[in-house]
Design a protein around this ligand. Structure first.
Ligand code: BES
Ligand code: MN
Ligand code: ZN
Length: 495
């Protein structure tokens, strides 16, 4: 895929298709008006017939518009002028790219009018165009045997209008890297759990590290994990025939002494619930329970690709959670790497068990910040639905940084309160604490559990159970929160 910016002369631009915006009143946007005068009012006459009214999401592909070098024009609805903001621009761009991806069009110029610069500056315009192009061209890595539909033809996208081409170019470049990282995350998460095992994740991490200069991978096998005394991680893993792996990805983009950002991913390649077995409906979706791990692996390829001036470490705890004769049982007590003992009252609360040992491992890097990413609780989905991820932690500045990154990246998260009282739900008669509390406030209680392992660290926790994948007809990985993490890391590297 090739990206660039156009600066002027839309009518003489040598591309297959011009993408133009139309407001809901059937009014051509400014860029479209300029094109319309070059084609003698052809577009205006078209709209006069009332076949296209400019509603959000509406598109119309028109061939052979006279007076233009481009062989086609694609009209995309902008909604009402009054409500034309970043969201409406994005929707129009998305709708247009979806159409383009279904055609034989190879090159296009996006010439949708844009909202005010404070809504969408040149950098983010470029980034969004590249990210949305990547999403539109994504094809699920299915294992269907029928002949695959031909790959989309689109190879070249020009973005505009822009005032600062340099900023837009940088946005396009970084957006393309984010899209590539999202594809890595989605492909990993969409794989079935019989393919994507802990071993597979480790091999993929190794392979990606080989392909990206500056990225190093180290993999701890079961014996090495035992030497790290990760008793909670091992308790989850012990019921499975698949051995666990602990993956360490390191990227050095700044001075060796500079404290790194450590990302920690939940990599449960299948979460059956263990002895606290889940209900059958939707259980297949627990193959997505390694989405946090996939996002961490993807984000490390991204920082390496962009050569960010930052040190970043990715930690992935990869296990399978299964019932069986050797499986951990409710009431069993495990000793975490931190030395604290945990009464495992529910074997389905396995994510926090593997994360607590991974978070403890993060200490050796003396990190500037630790962020864990996990499909951790159904309660988070109940609380926030599928638009916002939950964010909690022990450092408000870090949390605000993540919230802001999510807003800029259109990959939002929302802070849930995490005060000390929530940990009272974890009281145990037999161990330092239990791995579950009550049902109420479950997303926060899970974070309260993790907080017991992150004292003295600047730590934030992203619960992406509701945002990392979709159910139903569109079932599949969304590639979130890679855009959020990318924005956070780019911001840290450049400020
Ligand atoms: N992987 C699940 C959380 C989850 C649920 C992710 C739904 C995506 C969609 C996690 O391991 C889990 O089972 N959590 C339990 C915790 C409970 C036992 C305290 C849950 O949310 O029910
Ligand atoms: Mn579970
Ligand atoms: Zn889980």
């Amino acid at each position: 895929m090739e990206f660039g910016v156009w600066t002027k002369g839309l009518a003489t631009l040598a591309v297959d298709c011009l993408v133009l915006g139309v407001f809901e009143e059937g009014e051509l946007s400014g860029e479209a008006r300029a094109v319309d005068s070059a084609c003698d009012g052809h577009l205006k006459r078209l709209l006069g017939r009332g076949d296209f009214v400019g509603r959000p999401g509406e598109t119309l592909l028109v061939g052979d518009v006279p007076g233009l070098k481009a062989s086609r024009v694609l009209l995309t609805g902008l909604g009402t002028k009054k409500h034309f903001q970043r969201k409406a621009w994005r929707r129009a761009c998305q709708a247009a790219l979806a159409v383009l991806a279904r055609t034989r069009i190879v090159s296009c110029a996006i010439a949708i009018d844009r909202p005010e610069a404070k809504q969408l500056d040149d950098y983010y315009l470029g980034r969004q165009v590249a990210e949305l192009s990547g999403a539109a061209l994504y094809r699920v890595n299915d294992l269907k045997t029928a002949k695959k539909a031909p790959a989309p033809s689109l190879k070249k996208v020009l973005a505009g209008p822009v005032r600062k081409p340099g900023a837009a170019q940088r946005g396009l470049k970084e957006g393309a890297a984010i899209a590539a990282a999202q594809t890595i995350q989605r492909d990993l998460a969409n794989l079935p759990a019989n393919v994507c095992t802990p071993l597979y994740l480790a091999e993929e991490a190794r392979a990606l590290a080989k392909r990206h200069a500056g990225l190093r991978a180290k993999v701890l096998d079961e014996a090495a994990i035992r030497r790290e005394r990760m008793g909670c991680l091992l308790a989850v893993s012990q019921g499975s025939r698949q051995p666990p792996r602990f993956i360490v990805l390191e990227y050095q983009g700044a001075a060796k002494g500079q404290a790194p950002v450590v990302l920690v991913g939940k990599g449960v390649t299948f979460d059956s619930g263990g002895i606290s077995l889940k209900d059958p409906p939707g259980m297949d979706e627990m193959k997505f329970d390694m989405s946090g791990a996939a996002a961490v692996i993807a984000s490390l390829t991204l920082v390496a690709q962009l050569r960010l001036r930052l040190n970043v470490v990715g930690l992935v705890a990869a296990v399978e959670n299964m019932p069986g004769g050797r499986a951990v049982k409710p009431g069993d007590i495990a000793t975490s790497a931190s030395g604290q003992t945990v009464e495992i009252l529910n074997t389905d609360a396995e994510g926090r068990l593997i994360l607590c040992d991974a978070l403890h491992y993060a200490r050796r890097f003396h990190p500037a910040a630790v962020i864990d990413i996990a499909t951790l609780t159904g309660a988070c989905v109940v609380a926030l639905g599928h638009l916002h991820a939950g964010v909690m932690g022990n450092d408000d500045k870090l949390i605000q940084e993540l919230v802001a990154a999510g807003t800029r990246a259109e990959d939002r998260c929302w802070q849930l309160p995490l005060s000390e009282e929530y940990a009272e739900a974890l009281k145990s008669n037999f161990a330092d604490f239990a791995n579950v509390g009550g049902r109420d406030g479950g997303a926060i209680i899970a974070a309260a559990y993790l907080a017991k392992f992150t004292q003295g660290l600047k730590w934030a926790h992203l619960d992406v159970a509701g945002t990392a994948y979709q159910s139903g007809a569109q079932k599949g990985s969304t590639g979130r929160p890679t855009p959020l993490l990318a924005d956070f890391l780019i911001q840290r590297a450049t400020h």
